[in-house]
Write a protein that binds this ligand. Structure first.
Ligand SMILES: C[S@@+](CC[C@H](N)C(=O)[O-])C[C@H]1O[C@@H](n2cnc3c(N)ncnc32)[C@H](O)[C@@H]1O
Length: 269
């Protein structure tokens, strides 16, 4: 997609994204998806001699597992506020990796400098999908592999994001919807011409039947950045209670149904 970009709008959107992911307690939320990093690292087949980049690594879900597999790992994220928790988790896992503040749409690395590029629920949040996909492909060497986990558009987590977005001002026109990354046809089109032909399988996280709905709702509202920020904005406008009631219904569904995601892999020719 080619479109003239409003540079200051793009900067403002990234700053907003950074504040959003720094809000609440993302590390606690990441605990709920922690096994996905391991699954993606296994699917990609990370080896000790691999040089791995985790894009939008957060607190290191995939990056730490790649390092545990013996690889040399760089964890890049827009939100350096998440790095102290990531460093703590890395230390607990007994691994070392490099943490780099940066943007998925402008990776600060040379062409063809990684054997593996991974991203679990990360790159999907960069607003310009083709730019971010192009950057991942650029820094990957020929023969290198990608591994992504992205929420599927018909899943419970997608419903959570859609429910919140419906109450907030629309994003600028250049910002593509993150959930499109959960559709293989979209991902295939993004990588067209890069030498990467992705394949995908649906996977799912198990539910925890012991969690109570009130406890879960309270947790997400206070810990999950997008909900923390939505609450701030809508409370000022007296519209929060309305969304809170809708969220409780979505979170109840999240407790009943496994959270499905697309596990995407591919090799660069
Ligand atoms: C849902 S979290 C996923 C984090 C981690 N990969 C995980 O599995 O827990 C989304 C992450 O994307 C990062 N992010 C959003 N936009 C980004 C961008 N343009 N460039 C790099 N990171 C970005 C956020 O800072 C946040 O850490």
């Amino acid at each position: 997609m080619s479109m003239t970009i409003d540079e200051s709008g793009l900067r403002a959107l990234k700053e907003q994204a950074r504040r959003t992911w720094a809000a609440g307690d993302y590390d606690a939320v990441a605990a709920g998806i922690w096994e996905v990093g391991e699954r993606i690292v296994r699917r990609v087949g990370v080896r000790p001699d691999d040089c791995v980049l985790d894009v939008a690594a957060g607190t290191g879900n995939a990056a730490i597992r790649a390092a545990a597999a013996g690889a040399t790992v760089t964890a890049l994220d827009l939100t350096p506020e998440l790095f102290p928790a990531g460093r703590r988790r890395a230390q607990e896992a007994g691994v070392e990796l490099q943490w780099v503040e940066g943007d998925a749409e402008a990776l600060p690395f040379d062409d063809e400098s990684f054997d593996v590029v991974i991203s679990t629920f990360g790159v999907m949040f960069a607003p310009r999908h083709e730019v971010a996909a192009g950057e991942m492909a650029r820094v990957l060497r020929p023969g290198g592999r990608i591994g992504l986990a992205t929420w599927v558009p018909d899943g419970t987590i997608a419903q959570l994001f859609r429910t919140v977005a419906a109450e907030l001002p629309p994003p600028p026109p250049f910002a593509q919807p993150p959930l499109a990354w959960g559709d293989l046809a979209h991902v295939t089109a993004l990588f067209a011409g890069t030498g990467i032909e992705p394949t995908a399988e649906r996977d799912a996280l198990p539910i925890d039947p012991d969690v109570a709905i009130e406890e879960a709702t309270d947790f997400y509202i206070n810990a999950f950045g997008p909900l923390v920020m939505a609450r701030r904005t809508l409370s000022e406008q007296g519209r929060w209670d309305q969304l809170a009631a809708r969220l409780a219904a979505v979170i109840e569904r999240m407790l009943r149904e496994p959270a499905e995601f697309l596990a995407v892999t591919g090799t660069k020719r």
